[in-house]
Design a protein around this ligand. Structure first.
Ligand SMILES: [Ca+2]
Length: 128
């Protein structure tokens, strides 16, 4: 009987641990803010969710043209961008695939929701 109670307690403990993990997982963690690219010119900030919410990635560049090594978004940002803040006077070009492949769209001002382009951008470039 005592042994049975103990294992029931263990199961209950495991269940509450799972519940705790479920409510404090990555989805509910504080949004992450990352930096991408070299140079001191902050040209845009892209966001995981619409209305500039969720995790964000600040895109830096020497000028309005991203270098070759910086064109593909970090892996966890592939097909994630839902809103964009344009800063610093560059247009942002978003490409459907890596290495500037597929369809391309251009933003010259901030957008709180990318509509047709929601969760589709895989690589980026900048132009004046
Ligand atoms: Ca998204």
């Amino acid at each position: 009987m005592l042994r049975r109670l103990r294992s029931t307690g263990l199961l209950a403990g495991a269940a509450s641990l799972l519940l705790a993990l479920g409510t404090t997982g990555p989805a509910d963690a504080a949004p992450q803010h990352q930096r991408f690219g070299t140079g001191g010119n902050l040209v845009a900030i892209v966001y995981e969710h619409m209305n500039f919410q969720g995790a964000s990635l600040s895109l830096y560049s020497e000028s309005c043209v991203f270098g070759e090594q910086h064109q593909n978004l970090p892996g966890q940002w592939n097909d994630q961008i839902s809103s964009i803040r344009i800063l610093g006077g560059c247009d942002l070009r978003g490409y459907e695939h890596t290495d500037h492949g597929g369809n391309v769209a251009r933003w010259n001002r901030s957008s709180s929701y990318l509509a047709h382009w929601n969760d589709r951008i895989s690589s980026v470039g900048f132009r004046i």
